[in-house]
Ligand binder design. Sequence first.
Ligand SMILES: [Zn+2]
Length: 364
Amino acid sequence: MVWSLVIGRVAGTAIRIHITFLIFLAWIGFSAFRQGGRAEALESLLFICLLFLCVLLHEFGHIFMARRFGIATPDVTLLPIGGVASLERIPEKPSQELAVALAGPAVNVVIAILLILLLGSLAPADITRIEDPGLGLLARLASANIFLVLFNMIPAFPMDGGRVLHAVLSMRIGPQRAMQIAARIGQGFAFVLGFLGLFGNPLLIFIAIFVYIAAAGEAQDAEMRHAFAGLRVADAMETRFSTIPAHASLEEAVDILLATPQHEFPVIDAFDKPVGLIMREDIIAALKSRERLTRVIDVAREPKEGLRDRMPLQQALDDMRRNGHAAFSVIDEDGKLVGMLTPQNVAEMLMIRQARPEWRFGRV
Ligand SMILES: [Zn+2]
């Protein structure tokens, strides 16, 4: 995530703090200082830091459980709205998905129980007094952990409860149907939350909008996975396109750029193997600073691993998304360039599959 600082690393996962979180801390400290002076500012900051420590431990609940199933998590980012752990993928087995989803809230349950044991007691009414400084730091922290559990178990994406619902439904009706139903229930909950918000807390309306958009996004993602099931890269790739030879000059590259509607060009060697990729903006940037006879290979982007034509399409898309690459060269088993995958032809494939789900367009 951009605008974030790495503050440490635990078991291969970088802990990042987003800049907005630091601004949020400063704002909390400043407003507490104006209300009650230095002592109150320090106590407020201590409380928020402890609270976010609990949020971080919650995320590590997910991270360590996912790791048991062989799923790595490159980083976890703290934002003012909570923590975001970037798991490489969600486990496909419903039982594992359920375990990963529950592991986060389970951490807060344990923390709350430990704090209540330490305190001796916690009145149920205190749970609603998280912001009341009269309650004492530990009691407020215990309440906050209970609130985190309740909030996260709302059965709507992106909350953990949405994942739990999806995992449980998947066991009975399969992941695709389960995603549609879970997304619909999530959106239903968003409506209820938003409606309640109209009569009381405006914050609820904000959360409702957030939940609604997230649920729609998950449903769309599931639909795409469904549409692309069984397809390989070769089924969707572009096969009519121009390439630029590695030894071509910048001048020749400009000719090819003008002659075609393409914006991305694989750069190939004499054996038709891709050795790089050059984008329109790379050519333009090179024009400003380089000479006419500069070789294309000297200004092309590093060759990244080409996609194999027989790779599942969905796996290729996950790779593209993770690496933020706009286009890919596709190679056959001899490493020769046979196609290109771009967001445009992926979108075309999606439209075609949605229009005629029962038709087969396989090329492989
Ligand atoms: Zn969680």
